[in-house]
Design a protein around this ligand. Structure first.
Ligand SMILES: [Zn+2]
Length: 192
């Protein structure tokens, strides 16, 4: 923890760099990814403060849209799309994902009931090669399922129909730093 505290202490030594951010934010991109510490959106994209609006959940799950009982995730997505007016949404899953791996393997999650309950929100359960430590197939299937879920949100469906929004499906390799993007024409993940 100490190195992080030391860095936080010196972070504000160039206040002129941050002063313009007081004017507000107008990010163009909502970046939805896993909470995994190996995935650092600003590092991957080179984004500066104010450029990426982020939603991070265990396993980058986009829960079902439920207007009567809105989730925190739905509120974050709605704010990004309806208030900030982002033009693009990236759903970025990653290799070696613990959450998706647990689903693919069918792990016993009795000891972590909150995690177990959260992961049930990703029906259908992702499938893929169980022996692959990257869980590449399972994660890529999972990413596409989250994109479909996102498309079921009414305000997103409306923006997509109007051509005002683009949704990207990315797969990030934590062990190489490479990003693959889903190509709809070939239905395959390819290098960006
Ligand atoms: Zn993960």
């Amino acid at each position: 923890m100490q190195p992080l505290i030391d860095n936080a202490r010196t972070h504000g030594q160039r206040p002129e760099e941050f002063a313009p951010l007081a004017q507000g934010q107008s990010p163009q991109v909502l970046f939805i990814t896993c909470s995994d510490s190996r995935v650092v959106p600003a590092l991957i994209t080179g984004a500066r403060p104010g450029e990426l609006f982020e939603l991070r959940t265990a396993g980058n799950i986009v829960p079902p849209y439920a207007s009567e009982h809105p989730t925190s995730e739905a509120a974050t997505i709605e704010y990004a799309v309806e208030v900030l007016g982002v033009s693009d949404i990236v759903v970025c899953g990653h290799s070696h994902c613990g959450a998706v791996g647990a689903l693919v393997r069918g792990d016993d999650l009795t000891a972590v009931p909150a995690v177990r309950e959260w992961l049930t929100r990703t029906e259908p359960r992702p499938t893929g090669a169980v022996e692959d430590p990257c869980v590449a197939e399972g994660v890529q299937n999972h990413i596409l399922a989250q994109v479909l879920r996102l498309r079921s949100y009414p305000f997103i469906d409306k923006k997509l129909s109007a051509g005002e929004l683009t949704v990207h499906a990315w797969y990030y390799e934590v062990h190489t730093g490479s990003v693959l993007s889903h190509d709809t024409a070939s239905d395959a993940f390819r290098a960006l």
